[in-house]
Every structure is written in C-alpha cells, then in structure tokens.
Design a protein around this ligand. Structure first.
Ligand SMILES: [Zn+2]
Ligand SMILES: [Zn+2]
Length: 238
C-alpha cells in the first residue's frame, strides 16, 4: 500500500460503528508515516472514532491543520494528550495566541506558508487566501494526484489549480474533503463541477461543508466517479 486516506470525523458516516459530528478529519498513510489532517470539533468523538477504526493516535507521526476554524481544530487538545510526540503543522496565518497555546501541548509547531513536502510524496499546497486562509494536502503517486481539503475556503477549483501548478500535467485520481458549496447557488455549483471535470478530476468524494444539495449534484455529474464520503470511508492506492 503506497497511500491511503480514511475519514475519521465528518457529519456523515458510511459504517454504523462510528459517530457523526460537524467537522472534518482524516488519517493519511504514506511510506511509514501516519498523518492526521484536521481534528473535527470534539476530541472525545475523534478518539472514539479512531479506536473504532483501529487507528491508534500514538502511531501518528504528524498532525496537519487545514485552517483554524473550530470544526477542524477543536479536537486538537484531547488528541495531543494521546500523541504528544507529533509535531503540528499549522497555517502560518494562525493567531499568535493560538500558536502559543498549541505549542505547549505538542513537541513542535511548524507554521506553513509556502508549499512544502510533509511526508514521502505528501505535500501541503501552502496557505491559500480565502475567507479563512487554508492549506490542503496533495499526494503524488502513480503519475496522479490525490487532493484533500478541509473546508476549501480558498475555492475548490483554486485549490485543484494550485496542485496542478505544483505538479503540471497530472490528473486528479481523488478529490476529497469539504468543498464549501453549501451556500452556493445551484447553477454555480454545476459550473464548479464542470471546471473540476475539465481539470481532470476523475474520482470525487465531497464531504463536510460541501452541503447535501451540492453532494447530490456531484453524484449526478460525476456518475461512477462519485464516492460517498463519511466517517469510515477509505481510499487506497497500491
Ligand atoms: Zn469546516
Ligand atoms: Zn472552515
């Protein structure tokens, strides 16, 4: 297995054993590393879901936070009690006070401003501007990209374009995460999905703040390329 991503916190579930709650978090495995991307809004639920999915937080090598909204960073204090060895990659625009508080709870805080390799073949887009400044993750393998977003406040199309600026010419084998389309007009949602298709997105798993209507529209437009996201979702590249 070269790469896998498992959703561990989301407002929907795809298996019965886990609990849904507003927010987002997923576990990424690449090389010998296991990385948590975001923490949801509640550390107890996060830790329970990890246990139900047989993922031990003590095995986490790194924690990456997409942006500083509570539904992505709220589980961090409880989580870090279970993995105090993990450095935490925060968007560089995080408030000084937040950085100071988190630094006391973990081995190190690493602010991310520019694109950077975080683990073997796993990259941060760097902070992109938006309603909240945000970083997304890109896995590059098998000549394709897998892109994982938190809320996509900088715009989901902008995030995919950034990834393809970093790695020109590569199609997107997976686009997963919150797309933040829950307040977007239906006609504009269709435009977004058409732009993603034109950019080479083959498989898509909208989660979290994409919005139920926009998720249904995604299923219509992508057909077999649509995957149902939620806690327990797993995608793997071998
Ligand atoms: Zn969110
Ligand atoms: Zn957000």
């Amino acid at each position: 297995m070269k790469f896998s991503v498992t959703i561990v916190f989301d407002n929907n579930c795809v298996i019965p054993e886990v609990k849904p709650e507003w927010g987002f978090a997923c576990v990424i495995k690449t090389g010998n590393e296991m990385i948590l991307f975001d923490t949801g809004n509640d550390g107890r639920i996060l830790l329970d879901n990890l246990a139900k999915l047989h993922l031990d937080p003590y095995d986490l090598s790194k924690v990456v936070i997409s942006h500083m909204h509570w539904d992505h960073v709220g589980g961090l204090p409880d989580l870090l009690q279970a993995c105090p060895q993990s450095p935490v990659y925060l968007p560089a625009s995080a408030l000084e006070d937040d950085i100071r508080i988190i630094r006391r709870m973990c081995r190190a805080v690493i602010p991310v401003r520019e694109a950077v390799e975080i683990a073997p073949d796993l990259y941060s887009t760097g902070e992109l501007p938006g309603y909240a400044w945000e970083q997304s993750l890109i896995y590059k393998g098998n000549g394709e990209l897998s892109i994982i977003t938190g809320c996509a406040h900088p715009g989901i199309v902008n995030i995919v374009r950034r990834a393809q600026d970093m790695f020109p010419g590569l199609p997107v084998s997976l686009l997963l995460g919150g797309f933040h389309l829950h307040h977007t007009a239906p006609a504009d949602i269709v435009t977004v999905y058409r732009e993603l298709q034109a950019a080479g997105v083959k498989t898509i798993a909208p989660a979290h703040c994409t919005g139920e209507g926009a998720i249904e529209k995604c299923r219509d437009i992508f057909g077999d390329g649509f995957l149902t996201a939620g806690v327990g979702f797993n995608f793997m590249l071998t």
